[in-house]
Design a protein around this ligand. Structure first.
Ligand SMILES: [Zn+2]
Length: 189
């Protein structure tokens, strides 16, 4: 039987069938030893809608897991980060009426982004593992520094005018930011 997704079967001494979808959207079927292929097929067919929904979700929002990244995966994510940050910076700069210089993608444990006095922007590529509104917040935060080179109330008023919910993003980063480092170690880009 053909299924609309690829999967890996892992046989073990368990008694029942179970499906696991990894953070990267890979499907793993855990099956008892000697479980006939027809039973696995039937099980996958029953779970098809659920699997497709979760695979799709995992692929759209890659979540960090504890496996280290391969060099290829890492380069892939950095490339995605370049595209995402370039698009979002251009979008928000136009609605905030600010200019900017070069965009660099970095990996600095201590910061998510920065903006130089010349308007050159650095973004941490690991943010692509965060919810999209958090990525937006970092972009808007750095662009707001084009108007206010500080973290004054005037600065946050600029951020809030664009993202009224920015405090939830700050909270998310405080609480979950560390988990964005669970993959791949901390080598420089
Ligand atoms: Zn800042």
């Amino acid at each position: 039987m053909k299924h609309p997704f690829t999967y890996e079967i892992i046989y073990s001494s368990r008694k029942t069938l179970a499906i696991q979808i990894t953070a990267e959207g890979n499907v793993k079927v855990r099956a008892p030893q000697n479980c006939p292929k027809s039973s696995i097929d039937r099980f996958l067919k029953e779970k098809e809608a659920w699997v497709l929904k979760y695979v799709d979700k995992a692929k759209q929002h890659p979540q960090p897991s504890s496996q280290p990244l391969t060099a290829g995966e890492r380069n892939h994510y950095i490339k995605i980060a370049r595209d995402i940050f370039a698009q979002k910076t251009s979008y928000y700069a136009s609605i905030m009426h600010v200019s900017y210089g070069r965009i660099s993608i970095r990996e600095q444990k201590t910061r998510w982004g920065s903006c130089s006095s010349k308007g050159n922007l650095n973004y941490n590529w690991r943010l692509i593992f965060a919810p999209e509104e958090v990525v937006d917040y970092i972009v808007v935060h750095e662009l707001a520094h084009r108007k206010e080179m500080n973290h004054s109330p005037a600065f946050y008023a600029i951020v809030e005018a664009i993202l009224p919910n920015y405090k939830a993003c700050q909270k998310w980063l405080r609480e979950n930011g560390g988990a964005l480092w669970n993959r791949g170690g901390s080598k420089g880009v």
